[in-house]
Design a protein around this ligand. Sequence first.
Ligand SMILES: Cc1cc2nc3c(=O)[nH]c(=O)nc-3n(C[C@H](O)[C@H](O)[C@H](O)COP(=O)(O)O)c2cc1C
Length: 314
Amino acid sequence: MKTRITELLGIEYPIFQAAMSWASSNSALVSAVSNAGGMGILAGGPMRAADFARALSEIREKTAKPYGVNIPLNNPRARELLDIAHEARIPVMVASQGGPREHLARFRAIGTKWLHVVASVEHARKAQAAGVDALVVDGMEAGGHPPPSEVTTLVLVRRVIKAVELPVVASGGIADGAGVAAMLALGADAVQLGTRFIATPEASVHENYKRAVLAAEVDGTAFVGRGAHPIRQLANGFSRKYQSAERAGEPAEALEKLFASSSVKQAALEGDVEWGKVEAGQSAGLVDDMVPAGELLRRLVAETEAARKRLASL
Ligand SMILES: Cc1cc2nc3c(=O)[nH]c(=O)nc-3n(C[C@H](O)[C@H](O)[C@H](O)COP(=O)(O)O)c2cc1C
């Protein structure tokens, strides 16, 4: 499975474990995926500087293979985290939410490959013009921050592939080997899976969070915060309260306040899956077992091969 992404990053399989705030803010998940030949990604966004630095040195102890780091560039602590990542000479950056231009030169100077997460054709073109090495394209099925436009992965990935020359990593709703094969068939150079990796022992979220993902159906998510900063999460008390405030025509300020009254941390660390933001994608409905992350990666590879064979035999 050689693609432009496996060549660029020096990984065996074109499969990424997505950055997920809290769930992949630890070294165990990242190193397990990288050791299995995929691309493990540390979610730096919610981490304190000292914890982030420690996780990076643990990853280096646990794997000699390439790994990635995600820093949302609009995070108030982004600069501090970027400095730590730079000092650790990280092999791969998967940056999101913000312009990459001002950061590229110093990371390029130490050999870091810079991938940028985008959710529209316009942002894909801008990131290419800024000089990034590759793009991660998130469609609306994705957990976390899907495109405000609500364009699906199936459509957006193909459109972005037409619009840019850069390698593209498809993200959102993938979950299994059939999903991986489908995205490679569309022309993606790799895939990124988030929600599927929540149901692993290594994901650092509360057991209630994992159980909620395992129990969810494909229609069990909600799109919260339309028009502002939408997130996709499992439907629960919080999402229903927010959506009924939206339907009631509450002013933007009140909606903003309500949005800020709940957090991912509440669900991820405290296990409050009723009132916290249980970020997860539609593919939660395709996840029905807990699997160690390395084994999951190997299973995804085998399933992808099976899907390719099935297609070839038609
Ligand atoms: C629990 C959760 C937390 C996330 N946190 C982040 C994050 O911190 N930074 C980021 O760029 N994307 C984040 N995302 C988005 C993922 O990186 C990825 O794009 C998405 O999970 C892919 O869709 P899938 O969940 O359908 O596989 C998060 C997604 C989830 C499910």
